[in-house]
Write a protein that binds this ligand. Structure first.
Ligand SMILES: [Zn+2]
Length: 86
């Protein structure tokens, strides 16, 4: 028989790309809270801030250790909190 499983994949909040390896998108069947896929994506150059994820093409880290995303968000690198524009 076949049984449907639920899991998580990671999608870039900027370009919409899905975290994948050479074989297709990545997910883990026993990843009940999405923690495993998050760690796997981060080890491949993605970055996570809470519920937001950005692929390596969509963010840079500036001179003041801020994560700057291509779609205009800034986050503190250490706290991963968004820096709101004043
Ligand atoms: Zn992206």
């Amino acid at each position: 028989m076949k049984v449907k499983v639920e899991s998580f994949k990671i999608v870039c909040d900027c370009c919409g790309d899905t975290f994948h390896d050479g074989n297709g998108f990545v997910c883990f069947v026993d990843d009940f809270d999405g923690g495993m896929i998050r760690i796997e994506a981060e080890s491949s150059g993605w970055i996570s801030m809470g519920d937001k994820h950005y692929c390596s093409d969509c963010f840079t880290i500036d001179d003041e250790k801020r994560i700057v995303t291509k779609n205009g968000h800034k986050f503190d690198y250490d706290t991963r909190e968004e820096i709101k524009k004043e």
